[in-house]
Design a protein around this ligand. Structure first.
Ligand code: DX5
Ligand code: ZN
Length: 214
Protein backbone atom coordinates (compact mmCIF):
# COMPACT_ATOMS: atom_id res chain seq x y z
CA UNK A 1 0.00 0.00 0.00
CA UNK A 2 1.21 3.49 -0.90
CA UNK A 3 2.73 5.41 2.03
CA UNK A 4 2.19 9.16 2.16
CA UNK A 5 3.12 12.09 4.35
CA UNK A 6 0.29 14.31 5.63
CA UNK A 7 1.84 17.41 7.21
CA UNK A 8 -0.29 19.11 9.86
CA UNK A 9 -0.22 22.89 9.85
CA UNK A 10 -1.25 23.09 13.52
CA UNK A 11 2.16 24.08 14.89
CA UNK A 12 3.17 26.39 12.04
CA UNK A 13 3.37 30.17 12.08
CA UNK A 14 -0.23 31.13 11.41
CA UNK A 15 0.76 34.47 9.92
CA UNK A 16 2.73 32.73 7.18
CA UNK A 17 0.63 29.67 6.54
CA UNK A 18 0.13 30.13 2.81
CA UNK A 19 3.87 30.11 2.19
CA UNK A 20 4.31 27.07 4.48
CA UNK A 21 1.66 25.10 2.60
CA UNK A 22 3.26 26.00 -0.73
CA UNK A 23 6.67 24.86 0.57
CA UNK A 24 5.16 21.59 1.80
CA UNK A 25 3.54 20.90 -1.56
CA UNK A 26 6.62 21.89 -3.55
CA UNK A 27 8.65 19.41 -1.54
CA UNK A 28 6.38 16.45 -2.07
CA UNK A 29 3.46 16.68 0.38
CA UNK A 30 0.49 15.25 -1.51
CA UNK A 31 -1.82 15.63 1.51
CA UNK A 32 -2.33 18.56 3.88
CA UNK A 33 -3.79 17.66 7.28
CA UNK A 34 -6.08 20.32 8.79
CA UNK A 35 -6.70 20.04 12.54
CA UNK A 36 -10.09 21.52 13.38
CA UNK A 37 -10.79 21.97 17.11
CA UNK A 38 -13.93 23.44 18.63
CA UNK A 39 -13.07 24.10 22.27
CA UNK A 40 -15.55 21.38 23.29
CA UNK A 41 -14.40 17.98 22.05
CA UNK A 42 -10.91 19.20 22.89
CA UNK A 43 -10.09 22.40 24.85
CA UNK A 44 -8.34 24.45 22.11
CA UNK A 45 -10.05 26.19 19.21
CA UNK A 46 -8.20 26.33 15.89
CA UNK A 47 -9.93 27.41 12.68
CA UNK A 48 -13.03 26.85 10.61
CA UNK A 49 -14.01 26.29 7.00
CA UNK A 50 -13.43 29.89 5.88
CA UNK A 51 -9.77 29.58 6.80
CA UNK A 52 -9.47 26.37 4.78
CA UNK A 53 -11.25 27.99 1.85
CA UNK A 54 -8.72 30.83 1.86
CA UNK A 55 -5.81 28.37 1.79
CA UNK A 56 -7.29 26.10 -0.88
CA UNK A 57 -6.08 27.97 -3.99
CA UNK A 58 -2.45 27.89 -2.79
CA UNK A 59 -1.78 24.22 -3.66
CA UNK A 60 -3.19 21.17 -5.43
CA UNK A 61 -2.54 18.73 -2.54
CA UNK A 62 -5.45 16.76 -1.06
CA UNK A 63 -6.97 18.67 1.86
CA UNK A 64 -8.10 16.43 4.69
CA UNK A 65 -10.05 17.85 7.64
CA UNK A 66 -9.47 16.15 10.98
CA UNK A 67 -12.57 17.24 12.89
CA UNK A 68 -11.93 17.24 16.63
CA UNK A 69 -15.39 18.67 17.22
CA UNK A 70 -18.71 17.72 18.77
CA UNK A 71 -21.62 17.21 16.35
CA UNK A 72 -19.15 16.71 13.48
CA UNK A 73 -21.91 16.31 10.87
CA UNK A 74 -22.59 20.07 11.09
CA UNK A 75 -19.17 20.64 9.57
CA UNK A 76 -19.35 18.16 6.68
CA UNK A 77 -20.95 20.47 4.13
CA UNK A 78 -18.90 23.59 5.03
CA UNK A 79 -15.56 21.74 4.88
CA UNK A 80 -16.50 19.90 1.69
CA UNK A 81 -17.41 23.25 0.10
CA UNK A 82 -14.12 24.71 1.35
CA UNK A 83 -12.27 22.10 -0.69
CA UNK A 84 -11.64 19.12 1.61
CA UNK A 85 -11.99 15.87 -0.32
CA UNK A 86 -11.48 13.80 2.83
CA UNK A 87 -13.20 14.37 6.16
CA UNK A 88 -12.27 12.52 9.33
CA UNK A 89 -14.50 12.59 12.42
CA UNK A 90 -14.07 11.02 15.85
CA UNK A 91 -15.97 7.91 16.88
CA UNK A 92 -16.12 9.42 20.39
CA UNK A 93 -17.98 12.50 19.10
CA UNK A 94 -21.11 10.75 17.85
CA UNK A 95 -23.54 7.92 18.57
CA UNK A 96 -24.08 7.54 14.83
CA UNK A 97 -20.68 6.85 13.31
CA UNK A 98 -22.13 4.46 10.73
CA UNK A 99 -24.69 6.96 9.46
CA UNK A 100 -22.14 9.78 9.43
CA UNK A 101 -19.72 7.70 7.35
CA UNK A 102 -22.58 6.93 4.95
CA UNK A 103 -23.39 10.64 4.73
CA UNK A 104 -19.83 11.51 3.72
CA UNK A 105 -19.77 8.73 1.12
CA UNK A 106 -23.05 9.94 -0.35
CA UNK A 107 -21.52 13.42 -0.66
CA UNK A 108 -18.64 11.97 -2.67
CA UNK A 109 -16.19 12.69 0.16
CA UNK A 110 -13.67 10.16 1.47
CA UNK A 111 -14.81 9.14 4.93
CA UNK A 112 -12.44 8.78 7.85
CA UNK A 113 -13.01 7.63 11.41
CA UNK A 114 -10.59 8.71 14.15
CA UNK A 115 -10.04 6.83 17.39
CA UNK A 116 -8.57 8.21 20.61
CA UNK A 117 -5.87 6.40 22.60
CA UNK A 118 -8.41 5.53 25.34
CA UNK A 119 -10.95 4.00 22.96
CA UNK A 120 -10.80 0.28 22.13
CA UNK A 121 -10.70 -0.95 18.52
CA UNK A 122 -14.13 -2.56 18.98
CA UNK A 123 -15.69 0.92 18.85
CA UNK A 124 -14.84 1.31 15.17
CA UNK A 125 -15.27 -2.30 14.07
CA UNK A 126 -18.83 -1.80 12.77
CA UNK A 127 -17.75 0.99 10.40
CA UNK A 128 -14.54 -0.58 9.16
CA UNK A 129 -16.21 -1.87 6.01
CA UNK A 130 -17.54 1.53 4.93
CA UNK A 131 -14.78 4.01 5.79
CA UNK A 132 -11.86 4.81 3.49
CA UNK A 133 -9.51 5.69 6.28
CA UNK A 134 -8.94 5.03 9.96
CA UNK A 135 -7.01 7.65 11.90
CA UNK A 136 -5.30 6.18 14.94
CA UNK A 137 -4.48 8.90 17.45
CA UNK A 138 -0.98 8.20 18.72
CA UNK A 139 -1.28 11.06 21.25
CA UNK A 140 -4.35 12.45 22.99
CA UNK A 141 -5.97 14.98 20.65
CA UNK A 142 -5.77 18.70 21.21
CA UNK A 143 -2.12 19.66 21.08
CA UNK A 144 0.92 19.27 18.88
CA UNK A 145 4.32 18.37 20.23
CA UNK A 146 3.37 15.41 22.45
CA UNK A 147 5.24 12.10 22.66
CA UNK A 148 4.19 9.14 20.54
CA UNK A 149 2.26 6.51 22.52
CA UNK A 150 3.85 3.21 21.52
CA UNK A 151 0.87 1.30 22.95
CA UNK A 152 -1.02 2.41 19.82
CA UNK A 153 1.15 0.21 17.60
CA UNK A 154 -0.76 -2.89 18.61
CA UNK A 155 -4.04 -1.11 17.87
CA UNK A 156 -2.71 -0.17 14.42
CA UNK A 157 -1.67 -3.76 13.72
CA UNK A 158 -5.08 -5.08 14.81
CA UNK A 159 -6.91 -2.70 12.48
CA UNK A 160 -4.57 -3.63 9.63
CA UNK A 161 -5.32 -7.31 10.23
CA UNK A 162 -9.08 -6.63 10.27
CA UNK A 163 -9.05 -4.65 7.03
CA UNK A 164 -5.93 -5.09 4.91
CA UNK A 165 -6.99 -2.51 2.28
CA UNK A 166 -8.05 0.43 4.47
CA UNK A 167 -5.83 3.51 4.73
CA UNK A 168 -4.47 3.77 8.25
CA UNK A 169 -3.23 7.16 9.36
CA UNK A 170 -1.23 7.73 12.53
CA UNK A 171 -1.45 11.14 14.14
CA UNK A 172 0.73 12.48 16.93
CA UNK A 173 4.42 12.32 17.76
CA UNK A 174 5.50 11.17 14.31
CA UNK A 175 9.16 11.89 13.48
CA UNK A 176 12.00 10.05 11.71
CA UNK A 177 12.21 7.56 14.60
CA UNK A 178 8.52 6.74 15.07
CA UNK A 179 7.46 6.80 11.40
CA UNK A 180 9.21 3.53 10.47
CA UNK A 181 7.84 1.78 13.58
CA UNK A 182 4.28 2.89 12.82
CA UNK A 183 4.76 1.85 9.22
CA UNK A 184 5.90 -1.61 10.29
CA UNK A 185 2.73 -1.91 12.39
CA UNK A 186 0.61 -1.27 9.29
CA UNK A 187 0.14 2.50 9.00
CA UNK A 188 0.42 4.08 5.55
CA UNK A 189 -0.39 7.74 6.13
CA UNK A 190 1.69 9.81 8.52
CA UNK A 191 0.66 13.11 10.09
CA UNK A 192 3.68 15.20 10.98
CA UNK A 193 3.30 18.54 12.76
CA UNK A 194 5.86 19.79 15.25
CA UNK A 195 8.79 17.89 13.75
CA UNK A 196 8.34 19.96 10.57
CA UNK A 197 7.41 23.19 12.39
CA UNK A 198 10.63 22.96 14.43
CA UNK A 199 12.88 22.29 11.45
CA UNK A 200 15.48 24.87 10.39
CA UNK A 201 14.54 24.26 6.79
CA UNK A 202 10.94 23.24 6.20
CA UNK A 203 11.74 22.27 2.62
CA UNK A 204 14.56 19.97 3.63
CA UNK A 205 12.67 18.36 6.53
CA UNK A 206 9.65 17.77 4.30
CA UNK A 207 11.78 16.08 1.65
CA UNK A 208 13.40 13.90 4.32
CA UNK A 209 10.04 12.75 5.68
CA UNK A 210 8.63 12.19 2.17
CA UNK A 211 11.68 10.03 1.42
CA UNK A 212 11.12 8.06 4.62
CA UNK A 213 7.60 7.32 3.41
CA UNK A 214 9.23 5.76 0.36
C1 DX5 B 1 -3.33 16.60 17.65
C2 DX5 B 1 -3.48 16.73 16.15
C3 DX5 B 1 -2.26 16.35 15.38
C4 DX5 B 1 -1.04 17.10 15.80
C5 DX5 B 1 0.18 16.40 15.31
O1 DX5 B 1 -4.54 16.77 18.26
O2 DX5 B 1 -4.53 15.92 15.67
O3 DX5 B 1 -2.50 16.44 13.99
O4 DX5 B 1 -1.03 18.41 15.39
O5 DX5 B 1 1.25 17.15 15.75
P1 DX5 B 1 2.61 16.52 16.21
O6 DX5 B 1 3.28 15.95 14.99
O7 DX5 B 1 3.31 17.66 16.80
O8 DX5 B 1 2.29 15.44 17.22
ZN1 ZN C 1 -4.74 15.64 13.41
Amino acid sequence: MKCLLAPSILSFDLTDLKQSVVTLAENGAKVIHLDVMDGQFVPPITFGDSYVKALRPAVNSVFEAHLMVETPERQFEPFAKAGCSRIIFHVEATSHSHRLAQTLKSMGIEAGIAINPGTPVEAIEPVLDIVDIVLVMTVNPGWGGQSFLSGMLEKTARIRAMRPDVMIEVDGGIDPTTLPIARAAGANLFVVGSHLARAKSLAEATREMVTLCG
